[in-house]
Design a protein around this ligand. Structure first.
Ligand SMILES: Nc1ncnc2c1ncn2[C@@H]1O[C@H](COP(=O)(O)OP(=O)(O)OP(=O)(O)O)[C@@H](O)[C@H]1O
Length: 235
């Protein structure tokens, strides 16, 4: 059986602004196995990004527990979370945040230069099908290609988990499908545990499991019998 990568027990997050409190996560229980491809769906404000941010060590839970393997993340201070993030987590966001004055290669190299056991930038770019364009600047690349550079940058340090918040949110269907293809290929080749938040329900077809969020909880989990390939997606 695959190793459990994340275990959440009664994970709760409350945001307080002034006199108002928002319960963003409510007693959430969840386990994620190594190598899983998981899609998170649900209405705006249902807690998806809050969970991903806590799993990625970007934010603290209010109560409950979250483990990465045997390590309790909910015990760590900011320094501990930063070390965890550096070592284990890659992030992909809706906006690519590439440095415009650096080529695709140089954007990826920025990360590989400060990682312990990175792949070569050209290797990371080849995994997302962009080796031929590695000397292009972001402005010379399409939105989908820029997102694939951002994915290469996220996986070049060989993270155990890849957390993607709306990775295709700014893309049309054709380029979005290529981005999903890149994520699937990394999941298959490197075994990277991958979580994808999306508002595009068709993306759920590529997942091992789909988590449906409502009001800060997981209201339903769907386990797929057959995973579709990105090419089979109807957007
Ligand atoms: N920094 C914050 N301060 C106050 N409230 C917040 C903060 N971040 C999120 N929230 C609130 O927590 C709830 C959950 O937000 P979250 O971003 O996790 O939802 P989501 O499902 O990811 O939504 P979306 O699909 O729109 O990104 C929402 O009510 C949101 O307004």
């Amino acid at each position: 059986m695959a190793e459990t990568v994340f275990t959440a027990r009664a994970l709760t997050k409350t945001y307080t602004s002034g006199e108002t409190q928002v319960l963003a996560l409510r007693n959430l229980d969840l386990e994620i196995s190594a190598g899983e491809m998981v899609v998170l769906l649900g209405p705006s404000g249902s807690g998806k990004s809050t969970l991903l941010n806590i799993m990625g060590g970007l934010d603290h839970a209010t109560s409950g527990q979250l483990f990465f393997r045997d390590q309790e993340l909910t015990n760590l201070d900011d320094r501990g979370l930063t070390a965890y993030r550096r070592q284990h987590v890659g992030f992909v966001f809706q906006f690519y945040n590439l440095i415009p004055s650096l080529t695709a290669y140089e954007n990826v190299a920025l990360v590989t230069e400060i990682s312990d056991h990175p792949m070569r930038p050209e290797e990371a770019l080849a995994l997302v099908g962009l080796e031929p364009r590695m000397h292009h600047f972001p402005a010379q690349l399409s939105g989908g290609e820029q997102q694939r550079v951002a994915i290469a940058r996220a996986i070049a340090k060989r993270p155990d988990v890849l957390l993607c918040d709306e990775p295709t949110g700014a893309l049309d269907s054709k380029t979005g499908i290529r981005v999903i293809e890149a994520l699937l290929s990394i999941n298959a080749q490197l075994g990277t545990t991958t979580l994808i938040i999306t508002h595009n329900a068709s993306i759920q077809d590529v997942a091992d499991r789909v988590l449906f969020f409502a009001d800060g909880q997981i209201s339903r989990i769907h386990k797929s019998e057959v995973r579709r390939t990105a090419a089979e997606l109807v957007w």
